[in-house]
Structures are given as C-alpha cells and as structure tokens.
Design a binder for this molecule. Structure first.
Ligand SMILES: [Mg+2]
Length: 184
C-alpha cells in the first residue's frame, strides 16, 4: 500500500468531490471551514493482527487527513496524547507503519494537525462554541450525553475503521452534510 502517493484528483471546493482516489465522488455541498476533532485509535489507525504492534493505518487515512488540513481546522483528540503535544501521535503512527522514522511528508502532515489538552471527558477538549465535528469510533455515554445536553449530538461523527473500510470517506461525506452552523 503506498503510504504517500501523488495528490489525488484536485478537490472541487464547492462540491467537495473527488476527495478520495479510487472511490466515488461526493455530490455534496462543501461545508465551511470547521474545527475537526480527530481520534486516532479506531479512526486513523485500526487493529491488525499481522503487524508486530497490532495496529496499521486505516484505509484512506492520509487522504482524509490531507482533506482535513486543506479545508478545515483539524485537531487531535486522542488518548495517545492529551497534553497538547505531538509526541504520542507521532509515536502511534510510527509504530503502526513499522518504521524507525516517519517519512518527512507524513510527519509534516501529522504535525499540521493541532494537539489538544483534555482531561476526563474528550468533550473537555472541544470548543463547543465553535463550528465543529468530532470524529471518534467509541465515544463514551457520558460524552454523548454532554453533547446532547447542548443539542450538539449531530456534531459527533461515529467512524469505526475496524468495522468499515469506507468509514473515513463516509465521515467526509457526513462532515460536508452537516447543517449550517448557527452561533449560539
Ligand atoms: Mg478511538
């Protein structure tokens, strides 16, 4: 699997189409630039019994991250690093790829996604007053309840790459389909 191929077909910003090479185009309206809070395990990396570390990059993950950086404001929201650093994030990808060192382009991409500080609930790491989407495979009930209490449950995009190879393209479609944001 090429880790870092040439750019896919140019993205049509208005339609959000041709986002992922080899998959169908998205006939959706391009959303405004949003804060995207992105989980790692079960979203960007998935379980793999065949690798020494038990994880591998999820299908479409680098295309997804490049799309997120290009059109939105992505943040890491992960147990891999909850202290506002990139170290745990870079380590997770390095292990999943089985490399001693990350390719430069991959490292630049991962570092261009901002780390967050959060404690207890991942919702504590989200700017709830912003136009956001949260991409996670297994949010806790208490976290879902916290969003529901603010009528923000539609901002949670449950995305499980352990169960669905097309989960990340589906997440893009879901993010693009979110209703227009109304500041509270
Ligand atoms: Mg997870």
């Amino acid at each position: 699997m090429p880790i870092w191929g040439p750019d896919p077909a140019p993205i049509d910003k208005r339609k959000g189409s041709a986002l992922i090479k080899g998959t169908r185009s998205w006939n959706v309206t391009q959303s405004p630039r949003r804060n995207l809070y992105i989980d790692i395990d079960g979203v960007c990396l998935r379980n793999a019994s065949s690798t020494a570390t038990g994880t591998e990059p999820a299908p479409h993950v680098f295309e997804f991250l490049r799309w997120a950086v290009r059109w939105h404001r992505p943040y890491w929201l992960t147990t891999r690093d909850a202290h506002g650093q990139h170290d745990g994030v870079l380590r997770a990808f390095r292990l999943a790829l089985g490399y001693a060192a990350l390719p430069t382009e991959v490292e630049v991409l991962l570092k261009s996604i901002r780390p967050t500080r959060w404690h207890g609930s991942k919702v504590s790491g989200i700017d709830l007053g912003s136009d956001f989407a949260w991409i996670d495979d297994s949010p806790l009930t208490v976290e879902i309840d916290a969003l529901r209490a603010r009528d923000l449950q539609n901002r949670l995009i449950v995305t499980d790459t352990n169960k669905d190879d097309a989960a990340l393209p589906r997440a893009i479609e879901a993010i693009c389909s979110l209703p227009n944001y109304v500041r509270r």
